[in-house]
Design a protein around this ligand. Structure first.
Ligand code: PMP
Length: 286
């Protein structure tokens, strides 16, 4: 089946779907995006993704290209035209196309594109055995809380992980603390069974999955602490895991050369994955 992309008001065959060379997304990474999981043809966590999209746009003072009602209609049509049942929807909004100049061009219309594709479920082996991460310096700009398309440091980190045979790279700030993965949030479980993740300040992207996991963990009466943790603390933790839209909750059993806990997925991570998966699937909207 040929894929269809939405580009500025038109549904086009994927191969013909183009934006202008002077689009500010291409020239300056002057744009934002969202990735939303599709399950059984519906959206997981749609409301918080749209809320975060608006926050990112607001932080960059990019005007929403259309109303939320219209955006939701295009989201559904993009998924429908691509016949995606289980997969992802990608939304990108840039400031628009204008002759290349740093200041914001007056009166420019934002660009909106969407794509959707099926995605195979996570390899069950990763869940059974746990995944590995490497650590890399966090070399990003000071506002990774904005979901901008400026993802070069993330791509470099993920490539290093791939070359090392690891699943993800955890980024480490100047103080030696883990901020987050290149496309996921980072968590540990301490010896006291505290579930620890970096606070949602300007230093990380406040993951929608992160918020869902915080909610289900709180409802289950688990102890949550939002504070930075060091690489050394992570390596000595009882359990570790990552969260993201495409992964939900994935156990981490190795950080660089260090084995986490007993080197297999722990009880709390398993429980959180089950709780979050349940929560996510119940919240699917069509
Ligand atoms: N951090 C970064 C840097 C990411 O790119 C992502 C995935 N978009 C996440 C965290 C996880 O966010 P979410 O749970 O909303 O997918």
């Amino acid at each position: 089946m040929s894929r269809i992309a939405y580009v500025n008001g038109r549904y086009l065959p994927h191969r013909q779907a183009c934006v202008h060379i002077e689009d500010r997304g291409f020239q300056f990474a002057d744009g934002v995006y969202e990735v939303i999981a599709v399950r059984s043809g519906g959206f997981v966590d749609e409301a918080p993704h749209l809320k975060r999209l608006h926050r990112s746009l607001g932080e960059l003072t990019i005007a929403p290209p259309m109303s939320d009602a219209a955006l939701k209609a295009v989201m559904r049509e993009t998924v429908r035209r691509n016949r995606v049942v289980d997969g992802i929807l990608y939304i990108q909004i840039t400031r628009g196309a204008a002759p290349r100049d740093f200041p914001f061009p007056p009166g420019v219309r934002p660009s909106l594109i969407m794509t959707a594709r099926a995605q195979r479920p996570l390899d069950p082996k990763i869940l059974e055995r746990g995944a590995t991460v490497i650590t890399v310096p966090d070399i990003r700009w000071a506002r990774p809380d904005i979901k901008s398309v400026a993802l070069l440091p993330n791509a470099l980190g993920k490539q290093r992980a791939k070359e090392a045979g690891a699943y993800e790279a955890w980024q480490v700030d100047h103080d030696g603390n883990v901020t987050e993965g290149t496309s996921s949030n980072a968590w540990i479980v301490t010896a006291k069974n505290e579930i620890v993740t970096h606070p949602a300040d300007h230093g990380i992207l406040n993951g929608v999955t992160r918020l869902g996991v915080l909610q289900v963990a709180h409802e289950a009466g688990l102890v949550l602490v939002e504070r930075p943790f060091s690489v050394a603390e992570a390596k000595a933790a009882g359990e570790a895991f990552l969260t993201s839209t495409t992964n939900f909750v994935v156990p981490i059993v190795r950080i660089d050369e260090a084995t986490v806990g007993e080197g297999r997925p722990g009880e709390i991570v398993r429980r959180l994955r089950a709780l979050y998966s349940d929560f996510a699937l119940k919240g699917v909207v069509r």
